[in-house]
Structures are given as structure tokens and as C-alpha cells.
Design a protein around this ligand. Sequence first.
Ligand code: ANZ
Ligand code: ZN
Length: 802
Amino acid sequence: ATPYNHRAIEQKWRKIWEEHPINVNDGSKEKYYCLDMFPYPSGNGLHVGHWRGYVISDVWSRYKLMHGYYVIHPMGWDAFGLPAENYAIKMGTHPAKSTADNIANIKRQIQEIAAIYDWDMEVNTTDPNFYKWTQWIFVQMFKKGLAYEKEMPINWCPSCKTGLANEEVVNGKCERCGADVTKKNLKQWMLKITKYADRLLADLDKLDWPEKVKKMQTDWIGKSHGAEVQFKVEGKEDTITVYTTRPDTLYGATFMVLAPEHAMAKDLATDETREAVEDYIYKASLKSSVDRLQDKEKTGVFTGSYAINPLNGAKVPIWLSDYVLADYGTGAIMCVPAHDDRDFEFAKKFDLPIIQVIAKDGKEIENMTEAYTEAAGTMINSGDWNGMESSELKVKAPEMIEKMGFGKKTTNYKLRDWVFSRQRYWGEPIPIVHCPDCGAVAVPEEELPLLLPDVESYQPTGTGESPLADITEWVNTTCPKCGKPAKRETNTMPQWAGSSWYFLRYVDNKNDKELVSREKADKYLPVDMYIGGVEHAVLHLLYSRFYTKFLYDIGVVDFDEPFTKLFNQGMITGKNGIKMSKSKGNVVSPDDLVKDYGCDSLRLYELFVGPPELDSEWDDRGIDGVYRFITRFWNLVMDNKDKNVAETKELVKIRHKLVYDITTRLESFSLNTVISGFMEYNNKLIDISKKGGVDKATLETYVQLLAPFAPHISEELWSELGHTDSVFASGWPSYDEKEMEDDEIEIAVQINGKTKTTVTLPKDCAKDDAIAQGKAALGDKLAGNIVREIYVPGRIVNIVVK
Ligand code: ANZ
Ligand code: ZN
């Protein structure tokens, strides 16, 4: 038989697919939209880790294709933003050029995967025809008051020399470059994502997403219920409002802490404390957010003033400490050291009183060594609240406080508005003109796209202004409203701007009148399955949901969630779980592997390395095993295809079990076990082949099942099996559970209801037969007079004796 020649086969089928596309939109098919997170065209090209996600999504797309869907499976380039620009700066090439070069290279690499991407749908976020609409969305948000300017201290990356959104600060470090993030006071464009907080939270319920990602978004939005409580400052007219989620613990508040930035911080100082207070405030202002986050030891200073607990009139000292954040709640807290970890630590350090107000078993703990943080137990030391259940009181207290007149019930969110300005060159210009008379005016829609001007010096300046600020002839313009001289906004948009809505554009990427026509949007959107890395859980995936909701509100689309189902693949790492990176020298390129083993083998191996949702270590040697498997399968089909083997009961059973195993594993995304399943069945069939042969229907079924995973070899074998159509037009094989059942079953044989042995009987065994065989199996054990013989079909033979 012809030996397996991956090179010849793969070339042959690429050409045929190009001439006769297998995924056509003939208008009659239902759509299925399977989307990859599109790549940043970085200079390093793709490594085997990137391949993994694209293989997973292509397997899923082809699987849906075989179910008769028209599959929308597009690809594009997320090419604005820091990664592309930092690379350009490093290499000394203009980002426009390096981006174009990188796209060409990565596109070539992606085409090696042989995914069914529809390249007619390709988008590129740096293409003016694309970013025209990125700017258009901004203008719509501006008109609705959702884009606004504000001066405030924002996260600043000293290495990328730009402001960052909260979402881009991970453990106090820049999400891009890892540098410690500092603060800088800057006038910024902000997007009012907080207006959507409740919808972003509630609609998570609609989504078929990993629970882990939903939880990350839930925590990021951080909705909490509680109360604002007003404390009078002793000897003054002022009151301080605190935010608490645990108003049930009000009797246990023994001190108060304000953020050093709190508006009243300085005023609370007395003559004795003023110097220490001002010193503390000054030092806190110098601390980076990392230091504030990572400080192990609590620091603080006593202001010299006292507040009055409105519930019991107790006098509590007011402190300043940087563990209280200025921009959350009211920037001031009542401290209950007995029931809060941070407050407990603070109280211990500064020797402040601790009063327990919740007792688990009604008993007061004698020497507290840690806070009791559960809201479970009975109230003690709490005046007329004594004896109440704390969990109930926690819910009721906000209203009680409201009635008593010193506070109100409130909700708070951790989510902050999105800092949207970047002081960088390589991004979409923000389409705003600043007029001395009219203020901020949007660039008229018919003038969009507002092109990013070509510059020679695109390095970030670090001054808080983007390099665009230096191009006077671009900056100086006239006001669209009054016509007087005015200046353009010179900040650019963050790298997330384009990726927040790109998935809408694929299905209508040449439309120059609308972002997407409503007709196409209704027909082809939203995305049914989205596949990508989990690192985007609160960045891209939150921003896209926000954009989609906004576009829904203004009538551009008719759905308010972009991605119905989400799958997050794990990373492929180098040895010992180390992330693949150029600097570590452990990057494995797919290029040579494809040459040596073929695309099909690499696809299979990408899936075989481990559960797709987990990180897996790459080992080049493993691909040999996959290549051996696929070669043996080739030989199995070639040896048997013309043998005309009649199907046997055994073969039928194997065939149905094979379909069942592969389909259920594929449906649950257990793709590594799909591949090991193929290997097991291959071995079984090779054994049967040696004994007599394998029938054609079984070979055909196997080839169909293998097709989404190893498309080229499957097409070739499908045609070797005598078909003239593509295997992808052949449908997905079905299974019948009845055919999978074993013909014989093991049943228990009992004497007086006690199991003594077992016997194997045909599934449809007659009662007399079953009893006779049961008795024979019991042999000597059966003694005495038989009074009854019972047969429960398929389960038990029971002989009753006296
Ligand atoms: C009293 C109390 C007693 C609290 C207790 C907790 C436990 P979340 O769920 O995060 O909203 N807090 C309020 N504002 C803060 C700020 N700006 N910086 C730091 N901490 C702040 O938590 C709200 C709780 O975190 C509030 O409830 C407050 O401490 C603290 F046994 O008040 B609690
Ligand atoms: Zn004007």
C-alpha cells in the first residue's frame, strides 16, 4: 500500500479546499460563530502555545461544520497599542512598518494551521477603515455623556510612560511590562463603565462561561451592600461618614481610620499631633501603590481628635492609615478589631481596645488572638441588640440606622470608570477638539476617521503628553462648532479600544456607512463560542461586554452580551512550567515541526499534551508518538479498504462506542482524551484487522470522527474509501446506545437472598435457562429442599431453600 506522505497529502488538500471551499454560506444554513481572541502581531511570531488555542477553535469550528452549520470563523489583528509600539521602539522601525511586517509573518504561520478562517473577513485595528468606527463609538459615548474628562491622580507606568486603567494594574505592576506602577496627576478621558456595573453583574447569569471567569468579573465589579454611618467629631460641628458592610458590629467600633488623602485628614490634627500628621500624609503620597499594597506592617498616626459613636455615645480615637483607600466608599472606616483582620492587626500594633460583639456559642473569647470574621453568632456587648442573630442584624441594621437618623443604606462598587487616555503615539487619536470657547467638541462624524499623523519621533515623552502634541500643524485646527482656532486632543486610545468591538466588524468588514449593518448583525451575531486565554478575564472580556451593551442601547445591535459561550485554554509552557519567552530561550516554533511531521500531527499533538483548560509542558519528543499513531491508522485503512470485510457484532459495537466516546469527550472539551481515545481504538482495530479485517463502515466512521482534528489525512482517506465529496460534507456520525450494550451480562446467583456466586448470561436469557445455569453455578453449595426459584431478568437468580 502507499505509505503515508504528509507533505504530499497536505499540499494536495490545501489546494483543493482553496478551489472548492468546504464552509459555504448558501443562505440556507444556520450560522455558528466560533471566534478566536485575535493576536497582537508581535515581532516574535507564533510559538506552539499560540497554536493550541487556534487548533482548539478550529476543531470546534469543523465539528460544527460537520453538523451542517455555516461557520463564521474569522481572524484579524489587534495591532494598536503598547506591545506593537514597544517592539517598534526596540527595533528602531516605525510601528506602522513593523506592524505590517509582523502581520505578514504571523499570517503565514497561522495559515500553516489549516484552520477554516475566512480571510475575506479579516480586520486590522490599525486600518483607518476599521478605526473610523472605533472613533465613532467614542463620539457616540461622548454625546451620551459616557466619555468625559477629569483631572485626577491615575496609575502611571514609568517604563511605558503612560497612564493605565485599573484593569491594567496587576498586583501593583504594569500588566504590559511588569514595572511598579506609580501615580500621576493628569487630565484624562474617562469612560463611564460604572453606569453599567449592575447590568454587567446581573447579565453574567445569562452566560455559559467558566465559573472562574464569572467570579473574577463579579469580584472586580465588587458590589457590596452596607450602610453609611455618620460620626460626630468631638468638640466640632463636623461629621465623618464611614462606609461599612457590617453595621451589625457598630457597638464594637473602638476607633476610626481615615485614608491619608481624606479631605478632613489635616483638619483633625491638634497642635500636638500636627507635625506627625502632616509628615504621615506627605510620606503616604510618595508611596507607590505596590508599597501600599504589599506593606506587611500596618502604619498609622493618631490625629488627636475623637469621634462619637452615634449608637452608644462612645468616644473613639480617629487615626490615619494608608490601608484605607481614598477612593473606595467614603475613604473613612469605623474599625471593629474583634471582627475584622486588618483592624485587628492595627489595634494590636497601636494598642487600641478590642470589644467582641458577636459570640459564636454565646461565649466571649478570653484572649483573642485573631479576629472572628464570620457574621454568625449572637450579639453581645451591644446594648439592646444583645441576643440578636448577627447574620439577621447585618441585613436589618442599615434600615434601622436610617430610621435612627444617623446614616443610610447604601451599595458600593469596586469598579471604577475606565481611564481611557494614553500618552502614546501608536493608537487611535481621540476625536476631540478643545476650543477655548466651546470646550471639548467632538470631531464631526463625517470627518472620521481622524487619521493618525505620520511622525518621525514616536517615542513616549514621559511628560504626560503624547508625541502627537509636538506636531503643531496637526494639533492646531479650528473648532467644529464656532470655527475659531482650537487644538486637537493629543492623547490616543488604549489598546483595548479596538478589541472591545472587533468581533462585530468581521461580518461586515467593508461597510463604509455603518459599523455593521443591522441586517448582518441580526443574521450572524453574536458570537456563539469564544476561545482564548484566561488572562483577559477582567480586561478585554469586561470591556467588550460594556461596549456591546452600549451599542445595544443605541440600537446598533440587538443583543447585549457579545459572547454566549467562552472557553479558556491553558498555556503551553517550557520545561518545569516556565512560560515560553524569547528571553528564557525556551520558545518552540511550530514552523519546523510542521515541516517534519506535518500539520495534522502537530494539531493532534497540541491537543494531546494535556487537558486544554490547563497549562501543559511542551516536550518535542511527544510528537513522534502522535506521528506513529497517525501512520498506523493510515496503514489500517489502506490495508482494509478493499477487503470487503463483512461487519460483525463486535465491529458494530466498537463503532458505536467509538462515536459515543469521541462525541461526548469532544462536547465536554476533553480534547486530550479524544486523542488518547483515538489511539486506543486504533490499537483495537489493528488487532481485529490481524485476525480477519475491519469493515468499511467502521473505517469510514473513524475517518469522519478524526476529520476535525486531522483534516488532511482524513480527506485523503475518505477519498481512498471511495467518496468524491469532502468528508466535511458527510455529517457527524451518530451512535445508538442499544448497539453499545454488551450481549452478555453478569448476574448474581443467590441462596435465600445471599449472593454466593455470579454467572454470565445472554442479555435476553429465558427464565428456565437462567435458573438452570444459576443452579449449575452454585453446584455443591445448593443443599436442602428448594421451595422457590426466582429470576429477576438481567439482575438476580435467587433459589429459596428450606
Ligand atoms: C466595619 C467592619 C466590621 C467592616 C467588620 C468589616 C468587617 P467590601 O466588601 O470590600 O465593600 N472599608 C470600607 N471602606 C474602605 C476603604 N476605603 N478602604 C479600606 N477598607 C474599607 O468591604 C467593606 C468593608 O471594608 C467595610 O466594612 C469597611 O470595614 C472596609 F467586622 O466596616 B467594615
Ligand atoms: Zn469653539
